[in-house]
Design a protein around this ligand. Structure first.
Ligand SMILES: [Ca+2]
Ligand SMILES: [Ca+2]
Ligand SMILES: [Ca+2]
Length: 178
C-alpha cells in the first residue's frame, strides 16, 4: 500500500532529526538538532531563547519516547518513530501540548534582530538548520509570508508547523514536498 503523506513527512522528520545518520533516533540527535539551529541563527547559547529551545527539544524527545513506550535513554528505529509520531499527530491536544511550545521556541529563536518580528530571511535560517525544507528553505519561508510584507507571523508559522506533521497535504512550507 502506498504510504500516505503524513507518514512520508514523519520519515522526512526522522531523517532530519537523525543527526549522526545511524538509523536510530536518540536524545543526542534532538540535542544536536537544537544546537544546529542555535548556531545557524547565531543566538548566544546561554541566552534565554537558546536555552528554551534546548529544553523544548528535550521535552519533545521525551514525549516521542513516551509515545513509543521506550525510556528517554533508549533509541528509536524509523518504524517505532513513525508509529509514535502517528499517534501524536492523531491526537491534536497531545500534539499541541507536546510540540506546540517547541514551534514557539523555534519561532522566538528566529527573531535574531530582536525586533519582535521574524523576517523571511530570519526564518529561512531556521528552516535550513532543521533540514525541514531541504533545498527549498527560501521558497518555504517565502510561502509562509502570506501577505507578502516580508515577515512571518507567529500564528502563520505555528499553523504551518502543525500542518507539516498532521495534514495529509504532500507539500508543506516547513517540510518541502514529500
Ligand atoms: Ca542517530
Ligand atoms: Ca526580527
Ligand atoms: Ca507576512
Amino acid at each position: 500500500m502506498a504510504k500516505d503523506a503524513v507518514e512520508r513527512k514523519h520519515q522526512r522528520l526522522f531523517d532530519n532529526v537523525d543527526q549522526d545518520n545511524d538509523g536510530e533516533i536518540t536524545r543526542e540527535d534532538y540535542q544536536e538538532l537544537a544546537h544546529r539551529i542555535i548556531q545557524a541563527v547565531q543566538v548566544t547559547p546561554s541566552s534565554e531563547q537558546a536555552r528554551r529551545l534546548e529544553d523544548e527539544y528535550d521535552r519533545a524527545w521525551e514525549a516521542v519516547a513516551d509515545a513509543a513506550g521506550v525510556e528517554p535513554s533508549d533509541s528509536l528505529t524509523l518504524e517505532d518513530f513513525c508509529q509514535a509520531m502517528a499517534r501524536q499527530a492523531a491526537d491534536e491536544k497531545a500534539f499541541n501540548r507536546n510540540f506546540g511550545p517547541l514551534g514557539e521556541a523555534e519561532f522566538s529563536v528566529a527573531d535574531t534582530d530582536h525586533d519582535g518580528r521574524v523576517s523571511v530571511q530570519e526564518l529561512q535560517k531556521v528552516l535550513e538548520a532543521t533540514g525541514a525544507a531541504r533545498g527549498d528553505a527560501s521558497q518555504g519561508a517565502t510561502q509562509l509570508d502570506n501577505d507578502n510584507d516580508g515577515f512571518v507571523s507567529k500564528d502563520e508559522y505555528l499553523k504551518a508547523w502543525r500542518d507539516a506533521f498532521t495534514s495529509a497535504k504532500a507539500e508543506s512550507p516547513v517540510m518541502g514536498k514529500v
